[in-house]
Design a protein around this ligand. Structure first.
Ligand code: F6P
Length: 366
């Protein structure tokens, strides 16, 4: 059996652990197996590039961040557009055949899964693996990379807290997550943020300003402590006034108004209206880089070995997933194009609200 592996979309901690587990499972359990790596995600498949992966390539990579194969973003919407008489999808399918692949493992997020489903529909044997720090892939309780990013973001908030307290400031900490607020929610809750703004719960400027204003009037825990606030802001957080717009129109309207990011805009408004010193901190790619935490190393390894076992059994057209404590799989056609978002009335948000954490929505501030 000849198997190919590619990593596509934004990288995350745990990709190399998955590659290792697929490779080691295949080498230890499958007869006459040949493994190739396809560089830079679907980009490499479009160009028809692959390189052999040998046992030594799987050494010393369990704890390594990034991806040994390299990655790139290849927009889904361009896959079926004809260029020079052929679509990228057709190029990928013909290169899959030319490479003599019996199975292709695609390690990626929601966009990668959509393209994987297209490849499947064209007859390629594909198995997807759910990668993303955003944790927004439909059909899995958790994605690999998410836990590591949540740890980094929570630890960063812990650090920001001490400087916020020293200065009596409001700190807006921008956390990755464009469509889904899982990362801001988990990190914010784990680090005791006072307010968490996520795309799924549009926020009102009035509610945020009122909260900062009121907390400024509170007394600190001791005579020495000045009030301060930590607000975790998902990069895709939306104002209630712009909630009805599509992402593209929203971005356009923001540029027209001369606003940079939602976090920066919010900081300016909060400081202007409340007089409370307000600063922003964008965590950015720190959340995606570096070594995976122990949880992600184990999860990635289990997912990789399970996926390789599916290939050995001839189960294709699926993506592996976590359900409870078990590794399972879903049909790619079933999950492609769907997202797992935070439920505004779900258990996690209700719990957070029950202990006084704000979401910037029309919640009464006491
Ligand atoms: O998909 C993961 C993610 O980290 C998002 O949270 C973020 O918006 C995006 O990738 C950033 O992507 P890029 O690497 O293309 O800047």
């Amino acid at each position: 059996m000849k198997i190919g592996i590619l990593t596509s979309g934004g990288d995350c901690p745990g990709l190399n652990a998955v590659i290792r587990a697929i490779g080691l499972y295949a080498l230890n359990n499958m007869e006459n197996v040949e493994i190739v790596g396809i560089p830079e995600g679907y980009g490499g498949l479009i160009r028809g590039e692959c390189r052999p992966l040998r046992r030594q390539d799987f050494s010393d990579i369990l704890d390594r961040g990034g991806t040994i194969l390299g990655t790139s973003r290849q927009p889904y919407k361009l896959m079926t557009v004809e260029e020079n008489g052929e679509t990228r999808l057709q190029e990928m399918c013909s290169n899959y055949q030319k490479m003599g692949l019996d199975c292709l493992f695609t390690l990626g997020g929601a966009g990668t899964h959509k393209t994987a489903a297209l490849l499947c529909a064209e007859g390629c044997n594909v198995i997807g693996l759910p990668k993303t720090i955003d944790n927004d892939i439909y059909g899995t309780d958790v994605t690999f990379g998410f836990q590591t990013a949540a740890e980094i973001a929570a630890e960063s908030i812990d650090r920001i807290r001490t400087t916020a307290a020293g200065h009596g400031r409001t700190m807006l900490v921008e956390i990755m997550g464009n469509k889904a607020g899982w990362l801001a929610l988990h990190a914010g809750l784990a680090a005791g943020a006072d307010m968490i703004l996520i795309p799924e719960i549009p926020f009102s400027l009035d509610a945020v300003c009122e909260f900062v204003q009121k907390s400024g009037e509170r007394k600190g825990a001791s005579d020495w402590e000045r009030p301060y606030n930590i607000i975790a802001v998902a990069e895709g957080a939306v104002l209630d006034s712009e909630a009805a717009y599509k992402k593209k129109d929203r971005a356009f309207a923001r540029i027209e108004r001369g606003e940079s990011t939602v976090t920066q805009h919010l900081a300016e408004i909060v400081e202007e209206r409340t007089g409370v010193e307000t600063r922003t901190s964008v965590l950015g790619y720190l959340q995606r880089g570096g070594t995976p935490c122990a949880y992600d190393r184990l999860l990635s390894s289990r997912l990789g070995a399970f996926a390789a076992d599916l290939a050995a059994k001839g189960v294709f057209g699926v993506s592996v997933a976590v359900s409870g404590n078990r590794i399972v799989y879903n049909a790619l056609a079933e999950i492609a194009g769907r997202y797992k978002l935070v439920e505004p009335d779900g258990e996690l948000v209700r719990f957070a609200k029950s202990i006084g954490i704000r979401f910037g929505d029309a919640q009464k501030i006491s």
